[in-house]
Every structure is written in structure tokens, then in C-alpha cells.
Design a binder for this molecule. Structure first.
Ligand code: ZN
Ligand code: ZN
Length: 92
């Protein structure tokens, strides 16, 4: 992994779960997991295809992998939208 990518990923992890931050109004977030927007995992992943999510919103009770992409996106917005907003906030 390139150094710049690593740094960017670190920034996302430190940003915290986007759902908790934007929907639950939590400011002081612990470092979180990285969710890959594409279902495929493996090599060739680009950082623009990731968003940070806490366990609860990732694989927990309200997790995208638990309730399904469709239901999750109806509640919190599409992953693309969340990702776009995240990039804007990270670049401030
Ligand atoms: Zn969360
Ligand atoms: Zn995931």
C-alpha cells in the first residue's frame, strides 16, 4: 500500500463512523472499521471506495451487512452520497 493511501485511510478511521457523526450527532467517536463500498474484497481496492463505520453500523444490529444494503441506504443515504460528503469534510 502506498504511503498516501495509508494516510488517507488513517484519516478516515480517525474521522469515525459517518452514520454516528451525521445521524446520531456523536462528536467524540472512537476509531472505527472501514467498510468497502463494493461487495468484492481483495486486491485492487481504491480508497475512494471505502467509508468508515462503527461495528454497530457495519456488522452490528443496524449494520449494512446485517440489515442489507437496500434498507440501510434508505435510512442513512447511499454509500456514494456518504462517501462524497466524507471526502468534502476530509478536504476542508
Ligand atoms: Zn456508527
Ligand atoms: Zn463492510
Amino acid at each position: 500500500m502506498k504511503k498516501a493511501d495509508k494516510l488517507h485511510m488513517q484519516k478516515m478511521v480517525e474521522f469515525g463512523c459517518v452514520v454516528c457523526r451525521w445521524y446520531e450527532g456523536v462528536d467524540d467517536l472512537p476509531p472505527c472499521n472501514i467498510h468497502h463500498i463494493r461487495d468484492k474484497t481483495g486486491l485492487g481496492m481504491k480508497d475512494e471506495e471505502m467509508i468508515p463505520l462503527c461495528h454497530y453500523h457495519h456488522q452490528g444490529r443496524m449494520g449494512i451487512h446485517t440489515i442489507g444494503k437496500k434498507m440501510w441506504e434508505e435510512r442513512y443515504g447511499t454509500q456514494r452520497e456518504l462517501h462524497k460528503r466524507l471526502q468534502e469534510e476530509l478536504c476542508k
